[in-house]
Design a protein around this ligand. Sequence first.
Ligand SMILES: Cc1cc2nc3c(=O)[nH]c(=O)nc-3n(C[C@H](O)[C@H](O)[C@H](O)COP(=O)(O)OP(=O)(O)OC[C@H]3O[C@@H](n4cnc5c(N)ncnc54)[C@H](O)[C@@H]3O)c2cc1C
Length: 353
Amino acid sequence: MSYEVTIEPTGDIIEVEEGQTILDASLRQGVWLPFACGHGTCGTCKVQVVDGDADVGDASPFALMDMERDEGLVLACCARPESDLVIEADIDVDPDFEGLPVEDYSATVAEIVDLSPTIKGLHLTLDRPMAFQAGQYINLNLPGVNGARAFSIANPPSASDKVELHIRQVPGGAATAYVHEQLSVGEELELSGPYGQFFVRKSAPEDLIFIGGGSGLSSPQSMVFDLLEQGDTRNITLFQGARNLSELYNRELFEELAQQHDNFTYVPALDAPDDGDDWQGFSGYVHEAAIAHFDGHFTGHKAYLCGPPPMIDACITALMRGRLFERDIYMERFFTAADGAEGAGRSALFKKI
Ligand SMILES: Cc1cc2nc3c(=O)[nH]c(=O)nc-3n(C[C@H](O)[C@H](O)[C@H](O)COP(=O)(O)OP(=O)(O)OC[C@H]3O[C@@H](n4cnc5c(N)ncnc54)[C@H](O)[C@@H]3O)c2cc1C
């Protein structure tokens, strides 16, 4: 049994199986709807039911208020159709978004690498190739862990039968503890993807700034590899932030790339170098490294930020003070359950600055 859901204003029609959410069905059929948290707490995927009936599911009362429910609003990530539906969504599809369908994959753990004391590199071989855009993420299921966890893909799309992840252990986190303490080579895992709106706007002519903090190097790594593989000639500057030298991983890889490509510049920054660290590079936060490198003026760039929410907020402040606008800044916030719904939404800084 399935229901037909028509999405206005685009007129896309999707089939939604009984018990399936509207969001899950749309992503799997390559039809994009805006969303962030995926489990009813942030409200990004709010849509209007124009015709038909839907069960609102587990939408949080804060994300979908009683008055909104009465007006026929639902959250696409929780709502399940009870008849054929017509819904109206606030869709603003970017021309560079490929809308690749989400599918389920089986993956075998091929290699686990200690990238730093807190970050593991996880190399998975997929049961079949997955088409994705550099910067997107997967949802990974781990044994004994309730619910899937989001991790960004670090390899470029050209290596489509592989997934490389950089996974930081979160104190008190079940999934990241499993990866760091129990996962072994040869194990089979389930994942779904690709997800996300963090991808390079390749049709935009501006030079590119990438800023990655901690394991937030993952997406920028995929994006930089992809651009250089494709012979992109724009100036590309990658800033990598880490606490100390032992946390600064893949440095040699990017130093080598910078040697090979005149249009690629790599700037690592350590904010708390250890006394014993032999460090001649930038000391300070990664957004301070960007300010110093560009003398505080970022006009003429598109910036892509990836990492923990506080780093992203510091970078947005620096970039906007340096004359970049909201339309020039793209980001992937590595929020965890501890950040709750607040971590999932659009940056509050965009409204303040
Ligand atoms: C789009 C996206 C991409 C990401 N990509 C990456 C990546 O490439 N690499 C990476 O390292 N990370 C990435 N992350 C972050 C990663 O998803 C989280 O670190 C991961 O989900 C943590 O899972 P966990 O089970 O270990 O911790 P969780 O169980 O989620 O717990 C995290 C913390 O929250 C606390 N907590 C749990 N539940 C609650 C609650 N209800 N209220 C308050 N606190 C709570 C826990 O005690 C713990 O301290 C990404 C996140 C997003 C959203």
